[in-house]
Structures are given as C-alpha cells and as structure tokens.
Design a protein around this ligand. Structure first.
Ligand SMILES: Cc1ncc(COP(=O)(O)O)c(C=O)c1O
Length: 405
C-alpha cells in the first residue's frame, strides 16, 4: 500500500518545517530521505577516503561504495556500468557530450536538431558548439497543447542531421515526448540522440536499451539524491571513440611531460577526485526509490496530477499551459492579473512552496507570450490535501487581488 504519511516520515525536513508545509517544487529539486542524508554522513563520518588510489581498507571501502553506486545507477536505467559517467548534473552531462563528442564530430553545415521546449541547459551548450563548429541549429516546434509538432519529420530529420538533443519530459508542460519514435527517425538518417531525462528518470521507468538512445543525462538532486551529482549514460562504443572532456588525475593510464594515454571508460571522463559522497548518496536514493517502487510512485503521481488538473480547472481565473495526454506530474499556470512572483509569495505566506519564473526556458515563455508562470510539481511525498491547500490559497489570492471568484 502506498502510504504518503509513512513516506513523509522518511523525510526529516517535514519535522523541521512548519506542520502545514506544502512542497510543490520537486521539478526544481526534491527533498531528501533520511536514508540519503545518512549515507552521505556515514561516508564522511566513517570512511571518507579518496577512491581508486588508496591501498588501505578505508580507501577500498570508499571505492566499493562509489563503484557500487555506479552499478545501482546502471541497473536503474538498464545499462552496463561502464556506460555510466558521474558528473555534476544534467547540465554538465550535456556539456560533456557537446565538448567531447560534438566538437570533434561536427563540421560546418551539419545540423543539430533540438526542440522549442528545451531547458536552457540543452540549448546553450549547442549554441556554443554551433558557433565553434559552424553547425546549424534547428528546433522542432511545439503545438498549443505543449506537444511536439512532428507532422513533417522530413523537414527536421535530414541527411545533414548529425545530433538530435531532446527533452524527455518537459519541465514546463509536463509533456512526455515520444523519444523512441524520435530516436528511430534520427537513427534512420544516421544521427545520434541525446535525451535530457532530468525530469523523467526520477518519475518513470527509463530503459536505455529499449529507448535505444546514444546518450542520456539526468541529475541526482531531482531524484531524492544529493546536489552535485548527475549522470551521463553513453553507448560504450561511442564513449570509446571520444576524447576526454576534462584532463587531470584519474582519467589517465600513462603520463609523460608531453603525452598521455587514457584510462578505460567510464573513468576516462571522470578527471580528478570525483563527487564521492554525492555519488554514494545517489546510490542510497535509488535504493530508497526501489524500496517504494518506481511504478507505485508513478501511479501515485498520476493520481495527484489528475486530481490537481480537475481542481485547478475549476478556478476560472487560472490558465494552465499544456494539455498533453501523456504527461508527468508538472503543471504550469498563471492566475489572471496576478504576477507569478506575487502569487508565489502569497502562497508562501500560507506555507506552500511553488516555483515561479521562466523555468530556465525563456524561449517557451516567449512563444506563450508570458514573462513567467507559476509551476507546481508533485512527487511521492505529496498528497491530495497538498493540492486542496494549493487551490484554496490560489482562490484566496484571487479574492485578495480583487478577482471575481
Ligand atoms: C529538463 C531539464 N533539463 C536540465 C536541467 C538542468 O539540471 P541541473 O541544473 O541539475 O544540471 C533541468 C533542471 O531544472 C531540467 O528540468
């Protein structure tokens, strides 16, 4: 039985915030269960050695825990351990591909295909890369309902397309994009595909074998893990052909003053002392998610999403952006005549934390004709009562601001 009350007991923050605290900003970052906090503390308290280099028991323990986390991540997305690179987060994972794969493989006139609904972290690395290589950026548009317009694939997927970088679940609309279909179309024209899975891996089963992507990026802190750790999955045969991203210790096999050779994958891409504590914490987060069950979490979120959509649609002053049929538990909205920043502040007075802003997706805001939106996003520790509180507080705000409700 999925029991939110019990789940909330696993998150110390609920004891440390006010009793009526409602957290609806998990798309930005999630709260952390005690199990994750304990795993990080345990590393620092009991065996905080460096990894891969210390020939003593504590060092071996640290290495085993760090590499054990890699295996947990690999199992979680159905990959092999050597295809899992620990990074700082989704942003760094995407930059790794942009520097270590794209700059070497793209030339003038090649096309990088993105979509109009990308997060800044899947736009800017490609803008920088296009400037340096002469590659051309193209963007698949989105429809009014927040789904991708894939009606003219031949316009987007051409012989010039060399890389497709696409968001799996939109952090603004919640839309879950048909990535398998996109990957098939990309592979048919010989392009590689990077999937930005920052918003999907924490909430639904992602199987890189089944998806058949070439790269997949996500962040630990959005899936109950610590900040400062993320993952890049890369197809091993592609990783083997790539030059390193950063140079330094750990990523080498032999070094002379003028030349060096590289370590095996994935360590070739992990220069310097890695984020050991954070990676161990991410492993604990995966253990925790597995103990609850990702499918159960997904089902709970979908129930909350449907409940919230119904309740929110009853507020006439509220506009919801996006209406995809296949979507995650994220709702972006605006309230008539209330700036989202003011709304967020007034909700905060009632103990409710939502996100207000452009959600690192300024081009989406521009196309929607707004400067910002409010956004509520749900995770395993949220309940229908949280949504009732959100809606009551929105109605209160409407009335306070002189609305008609
Ligand atoms: C879809 C998406 N991609 C990328 C990112 C960037 O993640 P990070 O800041 O952890 O690197 C986010 C974070 O909000 C996101 O929602």
């Amino acid at each position: 039985m999925f029991n939110v009350k019990n789940i909330r007991n696993d998150f110390p923050i609920f004891s440390n915030q006010a009793d009526d605290f409602v957290y609806l900003d998990s798309s930005a970052t999630t709260l952390k269960p005690k199990r994750v906090i304990d795993a990080v503390t345990n590393y620092y308290t009991n065996y905080s050695a460096n990894v891969h280099r210390s020939i003593y028991k504590m060092g071996e323990e640290a290495t085993a825990a760090y590499e054990g986390s890699r295996k947990k991540v690999a199992d979680f997305i159905k990959a092999e351990s050597n295809s899992i690179i620990f990074t700082k987060g989704t942003t760094e994972s995407i930059n790794l591909v942009a520097y270590a794969w794209a700059r070497k493989n793209l030339k003038e006139g090649d096309e990088i295909l993105l979509t109009e609904m990308e997060h800044h972290s899947n736009l800017i690395p490609w803008q920088l890369c296009a400037k340096e290589t002469g590659a051309v950026l193209k963007h698949i548009p989105f429809n009014d309902d927040g789904t991708l317009d894939l009606s003219e694939p031949e316009k987007w997927f051409t012989k010039k397309t060399k890389l497709v970088a696409v968001i799996h679940q939109s952090n603004v609309f919640g839309t879950i994009n048909p990535v398998k279909e996109i990957i098939k179309m990309a592979h048919d024209v010989g392009a590689l595909v990077l999937v930005d899975a920052a918003q999907s891996v924490p909430h639904q089963k992602v199987d890189v074998q089944d998806m058949n992507c070439d790269f997949l990026a996500f962040s630990g802190h959005k899936m109950l893990g610590p900040t400062g750790v993320g993952v890049l999955y890369g197809r091993p045969e592609i990783l083997e052909t790539m030059d390193p991203f950063l140079g330094g210790g750990e990523m080498i096999r032999t070094v002379s003053f003028t030349e060096s050779t590289w370590n095996d994958i994935p360590w070739k891409f992990e220069a310097g002392t890695p984020n050991v504590a954070q990676a161990i914490g991410l492993g604990a987060a995966i253990d925790y998610i597995n103990s609850i069950g990702l499918e159960q979490i997904h089902r709970h979120e979908q129930e909350l999403l449907n409940y919230a959509l119904t309740k929110m649609q009853e507020i006439p002053e509220l506009t919801i952006y996006g209406a995809a049929l296949v979507r995650g538990a994220v709702i972006s909205f605006n309230v008539e005549n209330v700036h989202p920043h003011d709304l967020s502040q007034l909700l905060d007075n009632d103990g409710i934390a939502i996100r207000a802003g452009h959600h690192c997706a300024q081009p989406i805001m521009k196309k929607l004709g707004v400067s910002a939106t409010g956004r509520s996003s749900f995770y395993l520790y949220n309940s229908k009562e949280d949504i009732d509180r959100l809606c009551e507080s929105i109605v209160k705000t409407v009335n306070f601001m002189g609305g008609s409700h």
